[in-house]
Design a protein around this ligand. Structure first.
Ligand code: ADQ
Length: 471
């Protein structure tokens, strides 16, 4: 496994020793449970602190191989090219992407370091799975050195339309980087189609259905690369099982009590990221309070906003705006001693998160663009009682599967307001019908099945008899 981050973060203790703690985030949540089921699996990634990389070590049955990133790499490769160029560009330019050549140079250097580390660790004929937009050059860099390994790449975020992707300086290098893989996986069909379109239009390679023919250099043979969708999921059983835990159940009850036992609790859980549509959600909520459609004495909103990328300017601005808006809403509407919006800018552990989901009558997922959105699936897995309503943006990848949710276009504030009111008023029987259908989807398609499916396709992609491709 090769990902920007290891599944653990390093922390330096006062005596200079290093301590490792599980790091947050969608990818880690998804992959941790998968890696435990693989024999002799290794994970190559950054430990989260700039400077020399610690020696490889074992944690929770995995071999972890830290990659070095110094302060300048963090600023240019990670905060710069990954999070201020690629992230906004791949999320439909919600904020303007910045392009700087020094950031690109650093992206190349850092990708090479990850590629070398992975190439050194992988056994002969082994399988290498590269993750996400920070490492798009890695497949080709490994391929140039190691012809014996199978390489899969999975993009956790959307892949933009060719019109937007074309803005990216070095766009062809990026495509060639990805095409070092045997298999390139995406969350949604539209992402896969956008990628195939970009390869066809910008590189002029032959595309036959989902198979790209990549010409070899000189006399080297043509290689075939398969492009396929694999919608990611969660460890659904583990989440569902937590709802049986007596202490978690008590926490859920206590949460509502702490809020003054309101009639309805509405919840949003997101990394504090401009792609998640938190501003749109708060705007809709503020208007519903202003026009009297919601009574703050009996309906409370909780917004959990995990700190994220706080050194990137757009994220600082977003935090200020969100906090200003929450302050205004509370100033205008909160009853004395109780919030209209309870704003939590911190991380919660899995148990607290499950308790929050169990306490929520409505969960709002209003992303303006999102690869998948695991929060939507976590909410569904947390409701074996079949109660609760999921309001889901059509711009989140999860919308392709979770058809029984209340779907919204979050850009349309009036539509968002109506969707919230509809969710709050939904009769129990209707809630049960929808939640049953959503749970069927989430419980049947968990993250283990997702990984298995990806790895199985990757194994087949190296098979010479793999002439007729699945569609
Ligand atoms: P993210 O953008 O991080 O992931 P998401 O899929 O919602 O978004 O995953 C966030 C994870 O962090 C969830 O498991 C959630 O429970 C957890 N989380 C959020 N706030 C938290 C808090 N305060 N405390 C603790 N945990 C918190 C990226 C893509 C997504 C894609 C995933 C996986 O942007 O579209 O679904 O990768 O591929």
């Amino acid at each position: 496994m090769v990902a920007n981050r290891l599944p653990v973060d390093s922390r330096t203790l006062p005596d200079g020793a290093t301590e490792w703690v599980t790091s947050p985030g969608g990818l880690v949540t998804a992959m941790e449970s998968v890696m435990r089921t693989v024999d002799s699996g290794a994970w190559v990634g950054w430990g989260g602190s700039p400077g020399e990389a610690p020696e490889p070590f074992e944690a929770d049955g995995m071999s972890l191989y830290p990659v070095r990133l110094d302060q300048q790499d963090v600023e240019r490769y990670y905060e710069g090219f990954s999070n201020a160029t690629l992230w906004p560009l791949y999320h439909d330019v919600i904020v303007d992407p910045e392009f700087h050549r020094t950031w690109w140079d650093s992206y190349v250097t850092a990708n090479r370091r990850f590629a070398r580390a992975a190439g050194a660790v992988a056994s002969k004929g082994g399988t290498i799975w590269v993750h996400d937009y920070q490492l798009q050059l890695v497949p080709r860099m490994i391929r140039d050195d190691r012809t014996d390994v199978r390489i899969g790449f999975f993009n956790h975020i959307p892949f933009p339309s060719v019109e937007l992707f074309s803005q990216l300086p070095k766009r062809n290098q990026m495509l060639r980087g990805l095409l070092g893989s045997d298999l390139v996986g995406f969350q949604r069909e539209s992402d896969a189609q956008n990628f195939l379109g970009a390869v066809r239009k910008l590189l002029g390679y032959q595309v036959d259905g989902q198979v790209i023919s990549v010409p070899g250099l000189g006399a080297a043979p043509v290689r075939e690369v398969l492009v396929q969708t694999f919608p990611i999921s969660i460890d659904s059983e583990a989440v569902s099982a937590l709802t049986e835990d007596a202490e978690v159940r008590e926490r859920a009850v206590q949460l509502r009590r702490d809020l003054g036992d309101p009639h309805k609790v509405v919840l949003g859980v997101d990394r504090l990221d401009y792609t998640k549509g938190i501003r749109h959600r708060l705007k809709a909520w503020g208007e519903l309070l202003n026009d009297g459609s919601i009574d703050p004495h009996d309906t409370v909103m909780i917004q959990v906003a995990t700190p994220s990328r706080e050194r990137v300017e757009a994220y600082r601005q977003l935090r200020d705006e969100v906090e200003l808006t929450v302050g205004r809403i509370n100033g205008d509407h909160a009853p004395i001693g109780r919030p209209a919006v309870s704003y939590q800018h911190r991380s919660f552990d899995r148990r607290d998160m499950t308790a929050l989901f169990m306490a929520a009558d409505v969960v709002l997922v209003t992303a303006l663009r999102d690869g998948m959105n695991l929060v939507a699936k976590e909410y569904v897995a947390s409701r074996p009682d079949l109660r609760g309503v999921l309001v889901l943006s059509e711009f989140a990848g999860a919308a392709d599967e979770l058809r029984a949710a209340v779907m919204v276009n979050p850009h349309d504030i009036d539509e968002l307001k109506s969707a919230i009111l509809r969710a709050l008023a939904m009769p129990e029987e209707e809630q049960e019908d929808a939640m049953r259908s959503l749970r069927h989807q989430v419980m049947e398609n968990d993250v283990q099945a997702w990984a298995h499916d990806f790895l199985q396709h990757l194994e087949q992609s190296g098979d010479p008899a793999y002439g007729t491709r699945p569609t």
